[in-house]
Design a protein around this ligand. Structure first.
Ligand code: V55
Ligand code: FE
Length: 510
């Protein structure tokens, strides 16, 4: 835990050499702030949503998901989508009924801006671009995912600590620092929950609150006690969004989306793709810990989201989405000028763990890579009860060439299908929502605690462009092609979100 937490940025810091910040009363005229992708900003309670079909009675609990719903017109017209304020969408299922609640997370940033009635914070993660009055204030916007652990509902953003929410009212309880048990200022939006032990396994990067070259690893018991904290060094300050966890290993794919503490004083954009640097893979053995880290080399790619991974003897298998490009839709400037963003495809990387080097500079050995799905995709899910072990079923959002496709969104082409992939048979089936509609991340809900892997439902948010509103669709997870068993009709538009989860009713009643 070497990197000290730096002092606040002085309010006299020179503003970044970027556009003049502007006060505006309207959102900029850019793709992400217009039409179906415009902020919604609606906090609502809608009881007894209209339902087409019949909600399976065993579906009892709450679906939560997070989104970035920019509260005030941004200071910079080129503001990116992931800089928006965390807005939670909850659909509570109870005996065939469904109720909706949407609430902003009351972050410090949200509250200060609401008080000022305008944007005060600036470009994504760059305090030098903020109004001088808030340069020293944490800019966490809690907008990326929502998880349930140790009886707490947490809204996560990798740039800051979690915020705890009331799971029923969605009221914000405040910043959650694990009761002081973790040393840094940040926490991943992709912790993994061990289905056998109930542990939360997590990491954090840029924990000093600034670009740095350290990653923290945390193991947190089912009761919320941090049982192990470790850290290791990485070659550069990369964006580390998702990762892979098996029963025996933690895997990080580090790609050159790089932040630089000096550069951010003069340039607004926090991450910049540097194709002259390499992609590195770190495998940390869980039991031995970071002293047993092994490094592998890789072609220049970036992992976007992970499906699952498992270890078997000296072999480690990692299923994840990778792209040959950086994330230019959010961070368009690269060190070599304009580049084209490439779509992500599902790949299986198989590692021989006897290879690998103790330092990234010595890494020669690589892995075998296989493309598992031919069409572009992202936002995968497995049955959470098989995470860290070999899974049979996986679901993902995908772009089918022969289905209608909506206008490009804030993060590329919207998904025109949900794919189910069966790893035993290799079979892939899909459901498509049709014209003027796009799917978001599927969330899996088992039919019962005893049900076999994949026996359950998928909850899929569908944006209906032609009706300016959303549906939450319930699919039979093992028969997605059959189409919705039920469609929960949301009477207004929710801004496209990121990640969600399901919490069983029995847990909420405790
Ligand atoms: C991601 C999302 C973020 C973020 C960094 O999906 C990476 C990747 C929604 O916020 O801050
Ligand atoms: Fe993510």
């Amino acid at each position: 835990m070497g990197t000290p937490i730096p002092p606040p940025i002085p309010t006299t810091a020179p503003p970044a050499d970027v556009q003049e910040p502007q006060e505006r009363s309207q959102f900029p005229d850019t793709r992400i702030f217009k039409g179906f992708y415009a902020p919604s900003r609606i906090e609502a309670d809608v009881y007894d949503l209209e339902i087409e079909g019949r909600i399976p009675p065993e579906l009892s609990g709450a679906f939560y998901r997070n989104s970035a719903d920019t509260q005030y017109a941004p200071r910079f017209a080129d503001d990116n989508y992931i800089n928006g304020d965390g807005m939670i969408h909850m659909v509570r299922f109870d005996h065939g009924h469904a109720d909706l609640r949407t609430r902003y997370v009351r972050t410090q940033r949200f509250l200060l801006e609401r008080q000022a009635r305008k944007a005060l914070f600036g470009a994504y993660r760059n305090p030098y671009t903020a109004d001088p009055s808030v340069r020293a204030v944490d800019d966490g916007n809690a907008n990326t995912s929502v998880v349930w652990h140790a009886g707490r509902l947490l809204a996560l953003k990798e740039a800051a600590l979690p915020y705890e929410l009331d799971p029923v009212t969605l009221e914000t309880k405040g910043v959650f620092d694990f009761d002081g048990q973790i040393p840094g200022r940040t926490f991943t939006a992709h912790p993994k929950l061990d289905p056998r032990t109930g542990e939360m396994i997590a990491f954090a990067y840029n924990t000093s609150g600034r670009p740095d070259k350290e990653i923290h690893l945390y193991e947190i018991s089912a009761e919320g006690k941090v049982t192990r904290t470790q850290s290791f060094e990485v070659p550069y300050s990369a964006m580390v969004h998702d990762w892979l966890v098996t029963r025996e290993h933690f895997v990080f794919v580090l790609s050159p989306m790089i932040a630089d503490a000096e550069r951010m004083k003069t340039e607004a954009q926090y991450f910049m793709w540097d194709p002259e640097r390499s992609t590195h893979v770190a495998v940390v053995p869980r039991e031995e810990g970071v002293s047993g880290i092994r490094w592998f080399s890789s072609d220049l790619v970036m992992e976007t989201h992970t499906v699952n991974a498992w270890s078997s003897g000296d072999t480690l298998v990692a299923d994840h989405f990778v792209t040959t490009s950086g994330w230019y839709s959010q961070f368009p400037k690269t060190t070599v000028g304009p580049l084209r963003e490439a779509p992500s495809f599902l790949h299986r990387w198989t590692f021989d763990l006897t290879a690998g080097a103790a330092h990234w500079d010595d890494a020669r050995d690589t892995y075998a890579s296989e493309k598992l799905v031919e069409v572009p995709g992202e936002m995968p899910r497995v049955d959470p009860r098989v995470l860290m072990e070999r899974n049979r079923h996986a679901w993902l959002g995908a772009v089918q060439p022969n289905e209608p496709l909506c206008e490009w969104g804030p993060m590329g082409p919207p998904f025109n299908s949900i794919v189910h992939r069966d790893d035993h048979t290799g079979e892939q089936t899909y459901w498509a929502p049709g014209e003027q509609a796009a799917c978001e991340e599927p969330v899996f809900v088992p039919k019962s605690a005893e049900a076999g892997e994949g026996e359950g439902y998928l909850l899929v948010m569908v944006g209906r462009r032609d009706q300016n509103r959303n549906d939450l669709v319930v699919l039979d997870a093992l028969d997605v092609a059959a189409g919705p068993v039920a469609t929960v009709k949301i009477p207004f538009r929710l801004r496209d979100g990121f990640h969600g989860t399901w919490v069983p009713g029995t847990e909420l009643e405790r």
